[in-house]
Every structure is written in structure tokens, then in C-alpha cells.
Design a protein. Structure first.
Lengths: 116, 681
């Protein structure tokens, strides 16, 4: 093999190896590794249904539903790591505001809709 | 399995877009003489920049004649281009029967070849190591550019560069679409082509890997340029001091040493597309022009001209800088040619000076004014007027780069700042190397073939014009009447200084060798000093690499941003919402990529910019984006919400939630680890 070909084939090999390594590394990086997420299933109407996506090591969650600042419902649920669960709640009439508070053993988050 | 297939498709697309068009183009132009003019390695390296320009022109042309840019059209037209080039190559070669490949003109020995491979390994290894934590798409510039590339892929058309902006008129606010001059189509089409062919998402590794490829070939372009520039240089007789070693040292200084800092891997991860392409094209164009004039070869000039035209469709700053480089090369040529004549002739200076000029211009005329070059100039004028005019020409933005510096960031760097911009070693040794280069060029006896010939100063002229022009543009912009951010020009200085630094180091090693041969310095001292010089170079280069390594990974915060964006995009798309959306740029990571999840406008979402920008008296700007996040309850913010139709606000929870929390006009509809999404009722 000529000297030039040695350089060219080495380059192709190096570029391919590096690119493959970086591509697969980046693909693996597309995974949320910590925390959890809550959101309303429908953002523009008055529905209370919400979802928890869990990426943390905690899998026990408790949630509370408030209508007009009054506790209406309270439950606990299990959401395994890298899974999500939706909660469906019957919508009360004439609420001015609705709020969902979700807690794990360490933190709590809330989402709410002001419907006035 | 899906990821593997996607990667294989991506890699094949790289070959199809970044290598084959250029290779077949060079084959069609130089035909079976190609390997007499170039080594195989040169053809391999030169195919990449040539492909970039070909793909730019081709995709613009495809779209202009009415074809939508999609996977099938892009594939068929590139394949057709390859067939045309091959047919041109095949049917215009009747005398010779096969490509003759020779290693004779390749000056590198087997040991040098191994050294080159090791340097390339170190280069790619160091950059790969850095990019492992920076491959994830988060950088602001890359996000901006990929919006346009994705726009081309989604619409199948060349985009009109414009964005929605908030404007104030008579105390009222409105959204108005205004043209953008900063983006150039050539920066985006190569990404669209690869995306269309491979199907790999824009929010992935692929944009950064394309920039990495361009960076690697920029390094290789420097290697072959250094080799060819000094191929016929009148070196003092020595095994050490020759063009092959000079090219290897150049590769060392531009490759593994200073591998990360700007304009290298940092620019790759930062998505500085235009500069990276400029840093590939400028050495490549200098290579072609240099060889065209030295070898009086009009086809080499033609390729240089082709790449130059392409540069103005790819990066206007690089194009502007290249014009300055050419101007300085020309002026310095006249000066060096006269100086050489004066030094080599005791009498009849003027007569000899003009005889040299006459010979040069006669040969230049023959090289430049050929059918193919004139035809190409007409072609590019036609292309410019009737096919596609770059956005910076269409908007008249080119006039803003000429004139007295308008800001402190454009007033030029001090010598100390310039030294750090280039790298201390490269600056100091490069300056010494440059002076030695001038000294040797005028003092060493030349061989009979090149004595008294303008050719003997060509290498010096190219290096000097390149180095001095960028040095002056960076340190004395007022003198040259240019008005461009100085630090953006400074990074172009790295390359010429790298070549002269390599020259300086090798000359120092030669000097030690000579002193040792004359028994003025013992072998021990000579060896120790040589080792010291090489180790210092390594230390400073590697130290620069370690200083440039980033310790903070922003992958997880960016994923939070992407998750929020996907959520809102799915909600608003399903409801066909036309509501406007505002996000914060100060605290949200990778926010420039949010727009790729919506593809509604370059400025969708609107953005609360860096706080200092709202206080910049030289550039007054709208305040709505600041008020709507910083004081959403205020009357003026309420007016902004109303008149701009802004309904959704994405903020960093810990920084900006309090001002929304107690306001009954807002609903919080989403919260993740760091980001909250509010809805204005």
C-alpha cells in the first residue's frame, strides 16, 4: 500500500470511528435522567386531567386537587421511572380556579388554571 | 438497530454530499492528468470543499427551475451531476487509457507517513473527547442556523430570510416581518441535503458532526497548503528543513495542539458554521491560486475562482476577508518583487523590476483570461442576478461592514489581546518564523531555474499577504476602514501564524544542528534544546486544550427545554393555535432550539434577551419582551400581551415564577425540574 493510501484509509477509519462513537453517545444522551414533570392534558379548557412523567428514582407520588382553594380530592399513586401516568378527574361546575399539587417524598410542584 | 441504520445512512449521505460531487468535478476538470497534478491525498482533501460549493449551487438551481427540494430530487440531481462529470471525464480522454497514480511526487517517507497518521489520530481523538460532552445540540448559533436548514427540508424551498419583530408605533405594539441579512444560504443547504437524504433529525448529532468534518478537512487543507507552498522553496541544504517536515509541523500545530479553542472544536460545538467553512475554503482557495500562478495552469485558477464564488454564497465575512488577503498579496508581491530585483541586480533596477512585472502579468493574463474562467464569470453574474442573490446583497447589509468602527468591540485588538487570540506560542514563534522566512527568501542562493524569477517569491508573498492583512484588520481596523467585530476576524489569524510558527520551529532545530556540526554547541546541548522546543510547543498547545475543556454539561437542562417545547408544540398544533409565545434567553438552556419544534417563524417564540441589551443606548430595542416576563402585571406589560397576542410564557421556575404566581390572569399549565409554562388567560 502506498504512503498516501495509508493516510487516506487511516483518516476514513478515524473519522468513521469518531463519528460512530459521537453519534451513539449523543443518542444515549437523549434521556432525561432526573426529576419529574406535571402538566395538564388540555391546556385551553377547564378540564383538570393531568399527567405525571417520572424520571427520578422516586416512584410514590401523592396529589391533591383544589377547586377554589378548597381541597376536593387527595390520592397517592405509583409512577415507575421513565413512565408516565394520566389522572382523570371529574370536572366540578363553576370553579373559578383549579389547582393540582403533586409531591414526592422530597419536593412538591403545582399546576393551576385560573378560569375567570 | 434503528439508530445504527440511521447512522449508516448518515455516513453514506456524508460521502454522497461531501465527497463524491467534488471528486467527480475534479476528475472532469483535470481528467486523466489528475494524479499528475495532485497526489491522491490532495484529491481526497480537495473534494470536500469543492463538494460543499457544488451542492450549494446545485440545490439553489434545482429549486429555481421549479423542483421541490426533497429526498428524491436531491438524490437524483446529485447522481445526475456525478454522471455528467463522469461522462465529461470519460469522453474527453481518448489518448490515455487509465489513471496513472504515482507516489513519486508524494514527498513523505514511510516514517513520516506513520507520524502523520499519529498526528491525525491525536487530532481526532482530542476533538472527539471534547465533543463527547458537547455533541448534544444546545448551542445558540447552531440552533439559529438549523431552523433555516429545517425550513428548507420541510418546505422544499429556499427560504426568504425574515423574522417577526415587535415594533412600536404611536404608543402601540405590533408584530412586523423584517428581512434578516445575517444568514447566507450556503450555510444551510448542505445540512438540508444530508437531512433529506438520511432522515436524521436536526435536533441530533448530525449538524455538529458535519461541522466536525469541515473542521478536520480545514486542518488537512492547511497541511497540503503548507506542503505545496514550500515545495520549491530554496531551503538551506538539510534533511531536516524541507517542505515535508514543514507540512508535518504545520499539521501538528493546527491539529492536536490548540485542537479545542476557537476556531477549532469550540466552533464545531458552537455551531459557527460560516467561520468553519471559511477556514476550510480560504486555505483551499490560496492553494489553488498559488499553484495556478506557479504552474501557469488556468484550470487550477478556474477551480480557485469557482470556490471563491461559492464562498460569497456561504459566508460573507470570510469572503470579505479573503478579498483583503488577495489585495495584500498583490501589493506585497509588487513590493517583494521589486526588493528582490534590487538585491540581486547592481544596476538597471527599474528595467529589471518592470521586466519581472511584465513577465508576471503576461503569465497571469494567460492563466486568468481563459475561455473557462470568463464563461464562469458570466455564469456567476447570471446566477447572481437571475437565479439567487445572497441575502446580504439583497438587503444592502454589505455597506455596514465598511467604515469607521462604530463600537468598542470593532475598534481593534491590542497586541497583547491579539497574541492571546492567536495563541502565545504561535504568535511569538510565528512572528520570528515570518521574519526568518523573509530573510531566507532574500539571502539564500536560488537554483538557476528560479533565479530572478517572480516565482521564487510566490510562497513568501502568499504567506505575507495572508498574515499581514489579517493582522492589520484585527489590530488596525480604522486604518483599513472596516467595521466588523474584531474578535471575529482574529480567529482567521491562527492559520497563517501556524505555518510561520512551523517554519520558525524547524529553522531553530536546523540552527542547533548547524551549530552542533560546527562544534559551537555540544550534541547534548543541541539535543536538550531541541527537545525543550518541541516539549514547550506540546505543553502550550495541550495546556490550551485543557483550558478550553468545559466542565459543566448542559445536556439535562437542554432536555428539560426540549420536553417543554414538545409539550407546547403538540398542544398548540392540535388546536391550530395562532397565539404568540415568549421565552426567556437568560436562564433557559438551549432556548435557540425551541423554534425547531414549532417552525412558525425564526422569532417564534419571542425572546427576553440578555438584560444588558435592553440598556444598550447605541441600539434601542423594543421593551415588550422584557416587561412581559420581568413585570407581567404592569400596565405596559398587559398592553404588550394584548397587542402582540402573546399567550404562552416559558420561564425558569426558580428565577421568574414569583411574578406570575400571584397573578390570577395567568395559569401554570406545565412544570418540570427547571422550567414552568404559563398561559395568559
Amino acid at each position: 500500500m502506498t504512503n498516501q493510501k495509508i493516510i487516506i484509509f487511516s483518516l476514513i477509519f478515524l473519522i468513521f470511528s469518531s463519528f460512530a462513537y459521537l453519534a451513539f453517545t449523543e443518542t444515549r444522551q437523549h434521556q432525561i435522567k432526573d426529576g419529574w414533570i406535571i402538566y395538564f392534558d388540555n391546556i385551553s379548557d377547564s378540564s383538570v386531567n393531568f399527567t405525571i412523567e417520572n424520571y427520578s428514582n422516586q416512584d410514590e407520588f401523592s396529589w391533591e386537587y383544589y377547586a377554589n382553594d378548597t381541597l376536593v380530592k387527595k390520592e397517592t399513586m405509583k409512577v415507575l421511572k421513565n413512565e408516565q401516568k394520566s389522572v382523570t378527574i371529574d370536572e366540578p361546575a363553576n370553579s373559578q380556579s383549579i389547582k393540582i399539587t403533586v409531591s414526592d417524598s422530597e419536593k412538591s410542584k403545582d399546576i393551576y388554571k385560573n378560569l375567570n | 438497530m434503528h439508530d445504527t441504520l440511521e447512522f449508516v445512512l448518515f455516513f453514506l449521505s456524508l460521502i454522497f454530499v461531501f465527497f463524491l460531487p467534488g471528486y467527480f468535478f475534479l476528475l472532469a476538470i483535470f481528467k486523466k492528468n489528475i494524479f499528475r497534478r495532485f497526489s491522491q491525498l490532495e484529491v481526497f482533501v480537495l473534494s470536500v470543499p469543492t463538494s460543499i460549493i457544488l451542492i450549494d449551487f446545485l440545490t439553489i438551481f434545482i429549486n429555481k427551475i421549479g423542483f421541490s427540494l426533497n429526498r428524491i430530487s436531491v438524490f437524483i440531481f446529485i447522481a445526475l451531476l456525478l454522471v455528467i462529470f463522469y461522462a465529461f471525464y470519460y469522453f474527453t480522454n481518448s489518448k490515455e487509457t487509465s489513471l496513472k497514480v504515482s507516489d513519486k511526487k508524494f514527498p513523505f517517507t514511510r516514517n513520516q507517513t506513520i507520524l502523520i497518521v499519529l498526528i491525525l489520530f491525536a487530532t481526532i481523538f482530542i476533538k472527539t473527547n471534547y465533543l463527547t460532552e458537547a455533541i448534544f445540540p444546545t448551542s445558540t448559533d447552531l440552533g439559529h442556523h438549523m431552523y433555516w436548514a429545517k425550513m428548507v427540508s420541510e418546505t422544499g424551498n429556499i427560504p426568504a430570510y425574515a423574522k417577526n419583530e415587535i415594533v412600536e408605533m404611536n404608543g402601540h405594539y405590533a408584530i412586523e416581518s423584517n428581512p434578516i441579512a445575517d444568514f447566507i444560504i450556503g450555510e444551510h443547504l448542505i445540512f438540508s441535503a444530508v437531512n433529506l437524504l438520511s432522515g436524521v433529525s436536526f435536533v441530533s448529532y448530525f449538524p455538529t458532526l458535519i461541522l466536525f468534518l469541515i473542521n478536520i478537512f480545514g486542518v488537512l487543507a492547511m497541511f497540503i497548503l503548507a506542503w505545496r507552498l514550500f515545495e520549491n522553496f530554496p531551503f538551506p541544504e538539510s534533511k531536516l528543513f524541507n517542505s515535508a517536515n514543514l507540512a508535518i509541523f504545520t499539521l501538528l500545530l493546527v491539529g492536536p495542539l490548540y485542537a479545542i479553542s476557537s476556531p477549532q472544536a469550540k466552533y464545531v460545538s458552537g455551531g459557527v458554521i460560516g467561520n468553519l467553512i471559511g477556514n476550510l475554503l480560504i486555505p483551499t482557495m490560496l492553494y489553488f491560486y498559488f499553484r495556478a500562478i506557479r504552474e501557469k495552469d488556468s484550470w487550477l485558477f478556474f477551480v480557485g475562482l469557482f470556490l471563491s464564488a461559492g464562498l460569497f454564497y456561504t459566508h460573507h465575512l470570510s469572503g470579505f476577508i479573503f478579498l483583503f488577503i488577495l489585495f495584500f498579496i498583490f501589493i506585497l508581491f509588487l513590493f517583494f518583487s521589486a526588493a528582490q530585483t534590487v538585491l540581486e541586480n547592481k544596476t538597471k533596477w527599474l528595467k529589471n523590476i518592470f521586466a519581472n512585472y511584465r513577465e508576471f502579468f503576461r503569465n497571469l493574463f494567460k492563466t486568468v483570461f481563459t475561455v473557462q474562467s470568463i464563461a464562469f464569470i458570466f455564469f456567476i453574474i447570471f446566477f447572481l442576478l437571475f437565479v439567487y442573490t445572497p441575502s446580504y446583497l439583497a438587503t444592502g447589509a454589505q455597506s455596514t461592514v465598511v467604515g469607521t468602527p462604530s463600537k468598542s468591540t470593532r475598534a481593534g485588538l491590542s497586541l497583547t489581546d491579539f497574541k492571546y487570540a492567536v495563541g502565545e506560542l504561535r504568535f511569538i514563534v510565528g512572528t520570528l518564523g515570518f521574519l526568518i522566512l523573509i530573510f531566507l527568501n532574500f539571502t539564500i542562493k536560488k537554483s538557476k531555474e528560479i533565479k530572478n524569477d517572480y516565482q521564487s517569491i510566490l510562497s513568501l508573498t502568499i504567506i505575507s499577504g495572508w498574515l499581514i492583512s489579517i493582522f492589520l484588520m484585527t489590530t488596525q481596523p480604522k486604518l483599513l476602514h472596516i467595521n466588523i467585530p474584531t474578535d471575529r476576524i482574529a480567529n482567521y489569524a491562527n492559520f497563517p501564524f501556524t505555518i510561520t510558527a512551523a517554519f520558525g520551529i524547524i529553522y531553530f532545530l536546523l540552527l542547533l544542528q548547524k551549530l552542533n556540526q560546527k562544534n559551537l554547541v555540544s550534541q547534548k546541548i543541541s539535543l536538550t534544546l531541541s527537545t525543550l522546543v518541541i516539549l514547550t510547543s506540546f505543553f502550550l498547545g495541550i495546556y490550551d486544550n485543557t483550558q478550553s475543556l468545559s466542565t459543566n454539561s448542559n445536556i439535562q437542562p437542554a432536555l428539560q427545554t426540549f420536553h417543554t417545547s414538545k409539550f407546547l408544540a403538540s398542544q398548540t398544533n392540535s388546536q391550530n393555535s395562532s397565539a404568540n409565545f415568549l421565552k426567556d434567553h437568560n436562564y433557559i438552556t438551549a432556548d435557540a432550539w425551541i423554534k425547531l419544534f414549532f417552525m412558525r417563524d425564526y422569532n417564534f417564540p419571542l425572546s427576553r434577551s440578555y438584560f444588558k441589551r435592553y440598556e444598550d443606548s447605541t441600539k434601542p430595542r423594543e421593551m415588550c419582551t422584557l416587561w412581559m416576563i420581568s413585570e407581567p402585571s404592569s400596565e405596559r406589560a398587559q398592553q404588550c400581551f394584548e397587542e402582540t397576542g402573546t399567550k404562552f410564557i416559558m420561564i425558569d421556575t426558580s428565577s421568574d415564577e414569583p411574578q406570575f404566581k400571584n397573578n390570577s390572569e395567568f395559569s401554570k399549565i406545565y412544570q418540570n425540574k427547571s422550567i414552568s409554562l404559563f398561559y395568559k388567560n
